[in-house]
Ligand binder design. Structure first.
Ligand SMILES: NC(=O)NCCC[C@H](N)C(=O)O
Length: 304
């Protein structure tokens, strides 16, 4: 049996699910894209190739092996995109919550049944159907659970709005001992530079007390400022619009000291090293074309 335990984003990682790029299927039609960056690459003829993404994910698997982390992979569903395993479920404390994800991505959850079979069924939670949530919008941070959301009346118009207010309320009910703090995110179906698809596309805590942050990802300035004050200006690495587009906030911590990052994130990786982190660099530019990166393609199950 797996003894799930996730309290935050950075405690030493023991077990994780890493998505897979195997059998992702044909290049989607423009009308079937569900994020603006994939759409842009489909239209430009630069959509990533399966083999290139498999190689990128192999590089991450090799880092996990080096740090003795137990890695699960999804079963392969034929011609189905299963890269961004983060979004399909998430762990808080010893509970795994099934995400009510975009219908286009619903089948991804079926492919982790072999992992679910190793979890005590009383620790697997199904949310009511009206609670929309994806794991990229959920960040346990000790006494807090930070959540990305969008509460505009036009929620239904945004295929990029994945977590609603009902889900925020439900998580608060499920974890009464935590403070669930929600942040309104900027959404665009067509312009990836104006779209924070999930909270982890514009923010992520790192180490003990630091964070990566992008102001324009937040719709409400005071909510962005809350994060800036919570971590403290000197502890925050503020990324530019271009860096957000390249997914700089979507690195992945395997401990308070060690961060897996993209090899081209020169400004970020330099700052991380200057601040005492060990940076494990991998190539991930092809995966990034689908508006997700390292955090998005991993689902931590156990941290120390
Ligand atoms: N946590 C994340 O930000 N996940 C990225 C998901 C990208 C995928 N193309 C999607 O639109 O669902």
């Amino acid at each position: 049996m797996l003894q799930l335990n996730i309290q935050n984003e950075t405690a030493t990682l023991k077990a994780v699910i890493l998505g897979t790029a195997k059998s992702i299927g044909a290049i989607p039609k423009p009308e079937d894209c569900y994020d603006p960056k994939s759409l842009q690459h489909v239209l430009n003829g630069t959509y990533p190739k399966e083999q290139d993404m498999i190689s990128e994910m192999d590089a991450v698997a090799a880092i996990f092996k080096k740090y003795n982390i137990k890695v699960f992979r999804p079963e392969i569903l034929e011609n189905y995109n299963q890269i961004f395993t983060r979004d399909i479920a998430f762990v808080i404390d010893d509970k795994l919550i099934k995400a009510n994800i975009l219908p286009d991505r619903e089948k991804e959850y079926l492919a982790i049944q072999h992992v679910l079979d190793q979890i005590n069924p009383k620790n697997i939670i199904q949310l009511p159907a009206d609670c929309h949530v994806e794991g990229g919008d959920v960040m346990p941070w000790n006494e807090y659970v930070f959540m990305g959301t969008y509460s505009g009346d036009d929620y239904a118009d945004f295929i990029t709005a994945r977590t609603n207010v009902q889900a925020v309320k439900e998580l608060q009910k499920l974890f009464p001992h935590k403070i669930v703090k929600a942040f309104e995110l900027r959404k665009s179906n067509t312009n990836a530079k104006e779209n924070a698809l999930h909270l982890d596309c514009c923010f992520q805590p790192i180490g003990k007390d630091k964070a990566i942050l992008h102001k324009n990802g937040f719709l409400v300035e005071s909510e962005y400022e809350w994060l800036l004050n919570y971590f403290g200006k000197d502890n925050v690495f503020e990324i530019t619009k271009e860096e957000m587009y390249n997914m700089n906030s979507n690195i992945f911590s395997i401990s308070e000291q060690v961060i897996v990052s993209e090899q081209n994130f020169t400004r970020l990786n330099t700052w991380l090293r200057e601040n005492g982190f060990i940076v494990e660099e991998v190539p991930y530019t092809e995966i990034a074309k689908q508006e997700g990166l390292l955090r998005c393609s991993t689902m931590p199950l156990i941290r120390e």
